[in-house]
Design a protein around this ligand. Structure first.
Ligand SMILES: [Zn+2]
Length: 66
């Protein structure tokens, strides 16, 4: 993963100024995440899981054991 540097404005695209060291205004990380998923996958979770190597027999990110 590339090293990302906060720019001082919210990365969701809303333009809100955020504090030093923050990428998002409060709660906007979830807004951005949901918007990206809808854009990339149309909210179709099976495609999302499959694309990243999860699905039947492979568990899910949150359920995968160490
Ligand atoms: Zn925002």
């Amino acid at each position: 993963m590339p090293r990302l540097i906060p720019t001082g404005t919210c990365w969701c695209g809303c333009g809100t100024e955020v504090g030093i060291g923050s990428f998002f205004a409060r709660g906007h990380d979830k807004i951005a995440e949901a918007a990206l998923l809808v854009t990339e996958y149309g909210s179709f979770v099976p495609q999302l899981l499959h694309k990243h190597g999860y699905g039947p027999g492979h568990g899910t990110p949150s359920l995968r054991l160490p």
